[in-house]
Design a protein around this ligand. Structure first.
Ligand SMILES: Cc1ncc(C[n+]2csc(CCOP(=O)(O)OP(=O)(O)O)c2C)c(N)n1
Length: 671
């Protein structure tokens, strides 16, 4: 065991228990500096798992940092991908990468993505971030090792909240069934998750009895006692004919008194003062070159800023949000509109909200906050998107009006079959909130950026799909979907603050697009535009149309301004907030009236573009008429870590990209 040279078999460095303890402490310090530099990320769980990481990477696992793909190495699978910084500092201290580089965490193009990506960083075995998948991957690796006659061990690191995912238990059953004694799972049993104590959110204990009944050998240790940890690993390696799970009792936020056992530190980084206080407590103030590391992070960011700016389309001046003295815009996250609606409408006794352990940040908690009389209609389901989706169908069958939500990707992809069969086939009245949609969860990285959800949601018979453009429209859309629209319904909104371009008086009719026209320059961006229902709009023979939904509507409006100011073009912006049922008439009229149509979506190209082009190719009104089309959206690639606005640029979905496309198409129109 231990770090070794895979060619000579020689141990590179042997760590004593004392040295392992010291290393874990140092790793905690680097972890916190890294989180502070990133400005986001998970402090609580990275601190709770750090002793386990030190034991594994520096002593227990057979690894060669110079040969990360050594076939006989032990595999360490991070099912709890949000603890990536702990993995990265583990790899750094073990010598897989330069420890000082970890401070580029969560920044654009960094090898240290918000959630681990094995194609970016040697030593990372698999990509993760969607909880509950690591044990299944471990089962596959363990079976492969058996087929190849290899003797290495597969370690799988999970959280206790993560045990709520049903897939964990499918994998546990498989490992027990196949007697996979080359699997050692470790549960970082810190008893907290996002919404609070695991026992309150959804009880998973007794984990020992559960795993035992699935044919596993179970050990329980103090996860902060290095000797106990190392002994348990050594014992576990000797177990035959059974997989082993080590239940490690830990403390979330371990080592930093003000973080310990506080749920709020789950997904929060320390600020500079908190970092200094934490490093002092850890006795590391003199040992870690904090200034140097923070500067390294800043310099990396500056380089990324330069690269991104160089790639942006250029116009006569800077038209970016709030760059000038006029056309100022306020920004608020669309998710808050969802919460406002739930707070306002929640007295309807039929409404039942299902919690999926992300309640505050997606604002579904506004349903019950300060309203104890609604408590019985708030049902915490834990991290169990699939079961909760079918449970929502059950509630709806009995006349309830269930609402459930999580990250859009976990609310549309992970539970897709449940949405399809339990909800849509039965045509049940369920409101699904795809929160944190598109690029708005920026630094979390690709695993958390929903860029495909609208394909599936629109493809399902009976499903209504609404993608509102700002906080106010999100509130109105939620009001409508919640109480008036009956049947399966999906609303997608974002995490990041985005421009407010509508107000109480702006029309919102489900299934009916709005036309938005730039009328003037104004102090406030929104005042420069006139918005009306497309059905009542009289053709002004504009030069082109931009059809957009969600946060791409403000971008389309900004593009209209660039096109007017720099090129004199008039643009019809169509806010197609309801993707399904689509306002076919408004789309076809825009195409017929202007002859140039650009779709703009914060999604893989197609959710909007293909719907629109489907309508256009079928429209008899357009037969024989010239039509020039273009599509702005994500071009068949995964996202990356980076701030949401950086991602708008990186994925080429900004107003500047729309305007650039428009100019290109207008040249064709003139020919
Ligand atoms: C499938 C899925 N659903 C939701 C999330 C969002 N999420 C990230 S961490 C977390 C809580 C995890 O709790 P636990 O396993 O106890 O980890 P720890 O408290 O140790 O950080 C949730 C819900 C996710 N990453 N994946």
């Amino acid at each position: 065991m231990a770090l070794r040279d895979s060619t000579t078999g020689k141990v590179i460095r042997e760590y004593s228990i004392e040295q392992l303890k010291e290393a874990a402490n140092l790793m905690r310090g680097y972890d916190l500096v890294t989180l502070c530099a990133a400005g986001s990320g998970h402090a609580g769980g990275t601190l709770s798992i750090m002793d386990i990481v030190a034991a594994l990477y520096l002593h227990v696992a057979q690894l060669d940092p110079k040969n990360p793909n050594w076939p006989d190495r032990d595999r360490i699978i991070w099912s709890a991908g949000h603890k990536a910084p702990a993995l990265y500092v583990g790899l750094g201290i073990a010598g897989f990468c330069e420890i000082n580089d970890v401070v580029t965490l969560r920044k654009l193009h960094s090898r240290f993505q918000g959630h681990p990506h094995w194609l970016k960083l040697p030593g990372v075995e698999v990509s993760s971030g969607s909880l509950g998948q690591g044990l299944s991957i471990s089962v596959g690796m363990a079976l492969a090792a058996g087929l190849d006659g290899r003797k290495h061990t597969i370690f799988c690191l999970m959280g206790d909240g993560e045990q709520q995912e049903g897939q964990v238990w499918e994998a546990a059953m498989e490992a027990g069934h196949y007697k996979l004694d080359n699997i050692i799972a470790v549960i970082d049993d810190n008893r907290l998750q996002i919404d609070g104590w695991v026992k309150d959110v959804m009880q998973v204990e007794p984990l020992d009895a559960k795993y035992k009944s699935f044919g596993w050998e179970v050990m329980r240790v103090d996860g902060h006692n290095m000797k106990q940890l190392v002994d348990a690993f050594e014992k576990a390696k000797k177990v035959v004919s059974k997989p082993v799970v080590i239940l490690a009792d830990t403390v979330k936020g371990k080592g930093v008194s003000f973080m310990e056992n506080v749920a709020g530190w789950h997904g929060k980084p320390p600020n500079r003062e908190e970092l200094d206080a934490a490093l002092k407590e850890l006795g590391l103030t003199e040992r870690i070159p904090v200034e140097q590391l923070l500067n390294h992070s800043k310099n990396y960011q500056a380089e990324m800023d330069r690269e991104l700016e160089a790639k942006m389309p250029k116009f006569s001046r800077d038209f970016w949000w709030n760059a000038g003295d006029t056309m100022k815009v306020k920004m608020e996250p669309t998710r808050k509109g969802f919460g406002k609606s739930l707070a306002a409408n929640g007295d309807d006794e039929r409404i039942v909200c299902l919690g999926l352990d992300i309640s505050g940040s997606i604002t579904i908690s506004d349903f019950y906050t300060g309203k104890p009389e609604r408590a019985k209609r708030w049902i915490s389901m834990g991290i169990a998107e699939q079961s909760a989706t079918s449970a929502a169908a059950g509630l709806a069958k009995e006349g309830k009006l269930p609402v459930l939500g999580s990250y859009a990707t976990f609310m549309s992809a992970r539970n897709l079959d449940q949405i399809r069969v339990s909800i849509c086939y039965g045509n049940f009245n369920v409101l699904i909130a795809g929160a944190h949609g598109g690029v708005s969860v920026g630094p979390d990285g690709a695993t958390h950026q929903a860029l495909e959800d609208l394909f599936a949601m629109q493809g399902l018979p009976n499903m209504s799909v609404v993608v509102p453009c700002d906080i106010e429209e999100t509130r109105k859309a939620t009001d409508y979907l919640l109480l008036q629209r009956v049947g399966p319904k999906y609303i997608r909104f974002a995490r990041e603050a985005t421009p407010i371009v509508t107000d109480e008086k702006t029309p919102f009719v489900f299934g009916k697009a709005n036309v938005i026209r730039l009328r003037k320059e104004a102090a406030n961006f929104a005042d420069a535009f006139e918005t009306q229902l497309a059905s009542g709009y009289k053709n002004e023979s504009e030069d082109l149309s931009i059809i957009a939904c969600g946060p791409m509507v403000p971008e389309a409006m900004r593009a209209a301004r660039i096109l007017k100011q720099d090129f004199g073009y008039e643009t019809r912006v169509l806010n197609l907030h309801t993707l399904k049922p689509i306002d076919a008439e408004a789309v076809i009229r825009a195409a017929a009236d202007t002859g140039v149509v650009i779709t703009a979506e914060e999604h893989q190209i197609g959710a909007l573009a293909w719907r629109v082009s489907g309508l256009l190719t079928e429209s008899k009104q357009l037969y024989g008429k010239p039509l020039i089309t273009g599509a702005i959206g994500v071009k068949d690639r995964f996202g990356d870590s980076g701030s949401p606005w950086e991602m708008v640029k990186e994925l080429e979905v900004s107003a500047e990209h729309i305007a650039q496309k428009a100019v290109e198409l207008m040249k064709l129109k003139k020919k």
